[in-house]
Each structure stands twice: as C-alpha cells, then as structure tokens.
Design a protein around this ligand. Structure first.
Ligand code: DSN
Length: 430
C-alpha cells in the first residue's frame, strides 16, 4: 500500500490522497498551469527537511544547524543560474504570487504606478487586479489585448508613455502566443521603467528552447517551478548582478536589484524558507537541464499546436486562431454554451480544463465565454500527436453534446481507456 505511515497516522487523509491519485489516473488533466512532477521531486518534498528553520541566506542564517540546508539552497541557486543563464537566483519564494509581491516591494514604493496585462485578457492577479495586493497598494493599471487576443505592442507603448509606470510587467497565464521580450524591454526603457518578466507559465519552454528567453531583456524574472518546469510548487526570482549585502537598504537602482530582491523576500515578506521545497526545486532543475527535458518542452508545443489545428478544423474558435506555446483559449459560446457549461461537460467526459474569460468578454468571470486548456501534464504522461488528435475528437463531442449524459459517459470510458495507457506517476503502486 502506498504511503503506509500516512495510512497508519491518518486513514481519512490517506484515503483522499489515494482517491485523488485514482482521479488523476482515470482522466486527462489539461489545466495548462498543472503538471505531473517526478517521483524524485515528490520524495524530496516528503523529506525531513520540512522541520528545519533557516531564516536568512546560505552562510548568513539566524539559526544554527544549517550546514546541509546551506548546501541544498546553494545547489538550487547554482542550478537555476546555470539553467537560465543569470548571475543571481533567489529560490526562497513560497510561490508565484509572493515572488511577484517581493518584486513590487523591492522596486516600488506603495502608490507607485505598475502596468501589466489585465487578468481578464490573460494576465495574472498580481499584475494589477484591483482586489489583489498589487491593485490595492499600488497604482496598478492594465493593458489589454486586441479583440482577437493578441498583445498590441504599439498600444502598450502608447499607454506606457501616457501613464509612465515605474514597473512594466510582461507575463501571462492565458496567452497562447510568443511574448516579444525585446519589444517590452524597449518600451520599458523608453519610459525609464523596470521590466518584470513573469514566465511562470512558459519557464519550461524557455529552458527547452521552445520559447525565447527574457534574459538580457527583463530586469527581473519571476517564475513558479510547478508549471511547464515540472517541479514542486514554489517560485524563483532571477536577475543579473550580484547582491552587495549592505547593512542599510540599498537605493532602487538597476545595479542593486539582486540585493533589493533578497531583502524583499527575507526579511521583507517571508520568514523561514521551505527547505523541503527548495530541495525539490533543485531536483527539478537538475532534470530540466537534461536533453530529455528539451525534447519534452518541444513536445508540449507540438502537442498543443496539433490540438489547436484539430479543434480549429472542426470549426472551434480559438483566441488568436491557435497557439505558439503550451495552451489555448477557446470561445465556447460559438458552440452555444458558456465556459462553465463547457468545463462541466468536459469534466463529465474525464477531461479537466478551466473556464476562462476571452478578450472583451461580455459574460462574468465566474461564468465566462471561454475555456483554457493545454498540454504540459499530458505530455509528461507520454501522450503524443496521435493521442492528442484522439482527445480533440472527445473534446469536440463533449462540447457539442454537453447535456447528453449517455454520450458523456461513453466519451468518459474512452478517455479513461486512453488515460490508463499513460498513467501519471507510474512508479507509484496504486
Ligand atoms: N493559477 C495559475 C494559473 O492557473 O495560471 C496562475 O497563478
């Protein structure tokens, strides 16, 4: 039996974990921010490292007994630096939102102006949503995409010149196209703003060479470690330069960004780092440096473009008409249903996606016009183009028969048969 000590200590939680594993194995997860991490990463997460306090940074801790924790954190930092080609990496942020919060704290005073992509056009909560810290404590303004869903860089430039942000953000959670980091850097430079590239969604594609890198363009890069990067939940902040570790707060200059970031993460926002998470990030980064990972990153994109082409050929309306990366957004109202109805119908068919707004969405965010889905997790499970084409058939059938229970049950049995050929975590016994 899997997890025997958990079973002995808490059968209720153990039972739910086993049911979640069974759920994952019976269906296909297409939420593009999710993935299937390695069992090596899961084992690192489950280690005794979780017990240790180590506030501070390697060789500068506020607690004793950190000689091995220091080595783990240094390994994670060195692997991150080598993988992305930067000279400074902070691997302590608990997740993507705190990482972005640390960047704000490092580079801005409360009330200063930030310009980021609107959440409802594919941005993120922390890029300036009014009810998020970014919109509450800062003068957060948003750019949008055009009606077809493309970022209009000329429009971003005009808006930046008008509002003069101190921080410009390029980063997305529901944008299916390549980001032009060089253009965003030129816009930031023209208004003397810092540029933050939040590559949480595409980090795995960047290291695989399947998406251009923001390194050399952005002043600061944030990324979660659990999306296309295939690691544990967590995040990193990357930049160039070296921390100077001054005794007093450094001035907000480009040269001081590494020190500013480190001080913002600790003691600015966080206490002790999650050392089991840091170890698991190190394990994931080692894997991301392999040739196999490069092949994986390119396969994610091949699977996504195959899926986009198959769905488009059936008449489905994809925002921007397709994808360059790992995800796509579909306007399902063209099929006579809402995003929520599509989400539920696909769920009954064994395919997990999420409802999502589309550009200029006339509907409310809780029941928007679209769905968002992608290929990182299914690619980790080994599905390739033929299986993805099969999935496109199942998706289309479910979306065009959203209330036909017998039809959805039939599709679900086919999806489960496919899913069982490609189990996630095959090393784990059921
Ligand atoms: N929740 C993540 C996503 O689904 O894209 C972003 O933080």
């Amino acid at each position: 039996m899997l997890y025997p000590h958990l079973l002995a200590g808490d059968p209720e939680i153990h039972g739910l974990v086993i049911q979640e594993l069974a759920r994952r194995r019976a269906g296909i997860d297409m939420i593009p921010s999710e993935n299937v991490t390695s069992v090596a990463v899961i084992e690192a997460l489950g280690t005794i490292l979780t017990d240790k306090y180590s506030e501070g940074y390697p060789h500068k801790r506020y607690y004793g007994g950190n000689e091995y924790i220091d080595q783990i954190e240094i390994l994670a930092e060195e692997r991150a630096k080598a993988l992305f080609g930067v000279t400074h990496a902070n691997v302590q942020p608990y997740s993507g939102s705190p990482a972005n919060q640390a960047v704000y704290m490092a580079l801005l005073n409360p009330g200063e102006t930030v310009l980021g992509l609107s959440l409802s056009y594919g941005g993120h909560l922390t890029h300036g949503l009014k009810v998020n810290f970014s919109g509450i404590y800062y003068n957060a303004l948003n750019y949008t995409t055009n009606a077809e869903g493309w970022i209009d860089y000329d429009a971003v430039e005009a808006q930046a010149k008008e509002v003069r942000p101190k921080l410009l953000i390029c980063g997305t959670t529901a944008y299916p196209r390549t980001i032009d980091f060089a253009r965003m850097a030129a816009i930031a430079k023209s208004v003397d703003a810092f540029l933050l590239a939040d590559i949480s969604h595409i980090a795995g594609l960047v290291v695989a060479g399947a998406h251009p890198s923001p390194v050399g363009h952005a002043d600061v890069i944030t990324t979660t470690t659990h999306k296309t990067l295939r690691g544990p939940r967590g995040a990193m902040i990357l930049c160039n330069g070296l921390p100077s570790n001054p005794l007093k707060a450094p001035e907000r200059t480009r040269e001081n960004i590494p020190s500013l970031i480190d001080r913002a993460v600790f003691p600015g926002l966080q206490g002790g780092p999650h050392n089991h998470q840091t170890a698991a990030i190190a394990v994931a980064l080692k894997n991301a440096a392999t040739e196999e990972f490069k092949t994986y990153g390119h396969q994610i994109v091949k699977n996504a473009t195959t899926l986009a082409a198959a769905l488009t050929s059936k008449g489905c309306r994809l925002i921007t008409g397709g994808t360059d990366n790992h995800l796509m957004v579909m306007d399902v109202t063209a099929l006579g249903i809402s995003g929520s109805e599509a989400d539920v119908a696909l769920g009954k068919a064994g395919i997990t996606v999420n409802k999502n707004t589309i550009p200029n969405d006339p509907r409310k965010p809780f029941d928007p016009s679209g769905i968002r889905f992608g290929t990182p997790a299914l690619t980790s499970r080994g599905l390739k183009e033929p299986e993805v084409e099969e999935l496109a058939e199942y998706m289309y059938s479910a979306l065009t028969h959203p209330t036909d229970a017998a039809m959805l049950a039939d599709i679900q049995s086919k999806v489960t048969a496919l899913a069982q050929k490609f189990p996630p975590y095959p090393e784990l016994e059921a």
